[in-house]
Design a protein around this ligand. Structure first.
Ligand SMILES: C[S@@+](CC[C@H](N)C(=O)[O-])C[C@H]1O[C@@H](n2cnc3c(N)ncnc32)[C@H](O)[C@@H]1O
Length: 266
């Protein structure tokens, strides 16, 4: 995939000084947590509505590309309302214990309700914790995943290091994140929708004081994607890296392995 961005990049240098900058987007813990608290009740509805339900297929794709290893634990970081954790539970037919971690209690409340409704409480456990210092042991999880979460973590490098720390040697780290579609026409249409239409719909359906749906495009546009993201993950020690753009590159799945042992077969 090309590393060239064919659409306007409003952030000039997302990787100034070799470390992803927040590009002027306020990602302080307080702000991010408060923002997700205020939209938690409507989060699932808006996710599915604004993506025309395609977000479900992205998570499903993730569980197929990086399948659970039966009996081996999975960590879903920034789990929010637990959609990816529950998708992994389905993919593994309940044979793998799953921990979902998030620092926003309100999001977890909705996640727990879904876990209970799906009678998965004995297999999927949600814990409160910051992605920059996850309250989980090192080298513990066969799969460590994060969907649409890493972008929100104030210190991206620290967030990546924590994902790697939690993974077993030989374990897999899977990062699903929004990216910028390549291609002039689609890129421009997408950018216009993302910047001007989506924030209005979001604010109308989930009114909040933190402009959560302005933050969404701003945080996506400043975040490294494509080869830039692979390079970053490689620089933190992941190996066998690859990426899979999804839905014309609106989202991308990045996958890498923690060195130290052979990958375990599902
Ligand atoms: C866009 S939501 C994604 C939720 C879920 N993974 C999904 O696929 O729908 C981002 C989540 O990341 C969480 N989050 C952001 N920064 C975090 C941090 N530093 N530590 C823990 N959770 C964080 C937010 O609370 C929110 O629930």
């Amino acid at each position: 995939m090309t590393t060239e961005t064919e659409i306007d990049d409003p952030t000039e240098s997302r990787l100034a000084s070799g470390k992803p900058s927040t590009g002027g987007v306020d990602k302080s813990r307080l702000r991010v947590r408060r923002m997700f608290s205020s939209i938690a009740r409507r989060y699932d509805l808006l996710n599915h509505l604004l993506s025309l339900n395609i977000d479900r297929s992205w998570r499903r794709y993730t569980t197929r590309a990086v399948p659970p290893v039966p009996g081996e634990p999975i960590l879903d970081c920034c789990t929010g309302t637990a959609d990816l954790a529950l998708e992994y539970d389905r993919a593994g037919q309940g044979r793998s214990p799953i921990v979902g971690a998030d620092f926003c209690r309100e999001m977890l409340v909705h996640g727990r309700a879904k876990i209970e409704a799906g009678r998965a409480s004995d297999r999927v456990v949600l814990i409160e914790g910051d992605a920059e210092r996850l309250p989980v042991p090192s080298d513990a999880f066969a799969v460590v995943c994060v969907a649409f979460g890493l972008r929100n973590v104030q210190d991206t490098v620290r967030g990546i290091d924590e994902l790697i720390r939690a993974a077993q040697p030989g374990g897999t780290v899977a990062i699903l994140e929004f990216s910028r579609p390549r291609g002039r026409i689609l890129g421009r249409i997408y950018l216009a929708f993302f910047r001007h239409v989506l924030p209005r719909i979001g604010q109308a359906l989930a009114p909040n004081a933190d402009s959560a749906y302005d933050y969404l495009p701003r945080s996506v546009l400043q975040f490294p994607d494509g080869q830039e993201m692979l390079d970053l993950l490689g620089s933190r020690g992941l190996i066998e890296l690859h990426q899979q753009p999804l839905t014309a590159g609106i989202a991308t799945l990045y996958v890498g392995r923690k060195p130290g042992a052979q990958a375990r077969k599902p």
